[in-house]
Design a protein around this ligand. Structure first.
Ligand code: SAM
Length: 194
């Protein structure tokens, strides 16, 4: 039983792209109420349910409270875009590194489509800073966005640090909504400027 129907979007994407492997470390941004984390816990074997397989790690973050879930570590009342949250993640993850960052984050809709689009895009761009701190080379980022004017900039920024970036529209996502996902793979850590 999933906490939210959004689980089906992640299941659909993961069935196709096999992003979540046993033993992987996953960061779930905007995790409340926890349905994506439920999928991740199962797929990376973070409860150790299958003792034959490596045991993964799932860390979820949300501004809201996320009810406890076996196999996941939750940072409730945390802002994904805030640097102190990044530091906590570095402590919680094995070797301070994640294989994949998931983001189903969304701001509270203001009703003004352009404004909501811009706010969500800014949140997505901050995930690139988070990636620089915790995503291991070769890692992946899956993030929700709302289609609009700033998407090209987001895609360009993702393409500068990921080997492959594609747009996904899961069947489980309402056809008439502007919701899409970027799947960015093969992360290349940017070279530090001196
Ligand atoms: N994927 C979740 C699931 O399957 O249960 C549903 C996520 S819901 C669509 C979006 C979430 O993003 C909300 O719970 C919201 O509080 C959270 N959110 C929005 N801005 C955030 C931020 N800056 N930091 C952390 N969480 C944020």
């Amino acid at each position: 039983n999933f906490r939210c129907r959004s689980a089906f979007k992640l299941l659909e994407i993961d069935d196709k792209f096999r992003l979540l492997q046993p033993g992987h470390s996953v960061v779930d941004c905007g995790a409340a109420p926890g349905a994506w984390s439920q999928v991740a816990v199962h797929r990376v074997n973070s409860t150790g349910t299958d003792p034959e397989l490596p045991r993964g790690t799932v860390v979820g973050i949300d501004l809201l409270n996320i009810p406890a879930l076996d196999g996941a570590h939750f940072l409730s009342s945390h802002d994904v875009t805030a640097p102190p949250t990044h530091a906590k993640l570095q402590e919680l993850l094995p070797k301070g590194q994640a294989h994949i960052i998931l983001s189903d984050m969304a701001p509270n809709a203001s009703g003004f489509r352009e404004m909501d689009h811009e706010r969500l895009t800014t949140m997505c761009l901050s995930l690139i800073d988070l990636a620089e701190k915790i995503l291991q080379p070769g890692g992946s980022l899956l993030c929700k966005y709302w289609d609009g004017f700033f998407v090209q900039k987001l895609q360009d920024n993702l393409s500068s640090v990921f080997g492959s970036v594609r747009t996904l529209k899961p069947h489980a996502s309402r056809k008439d909504s502007a919701e899409r996902y970027f799947l960015a793979r093969m992360y290349k850590k940017p070279v530090k400027k001196k």
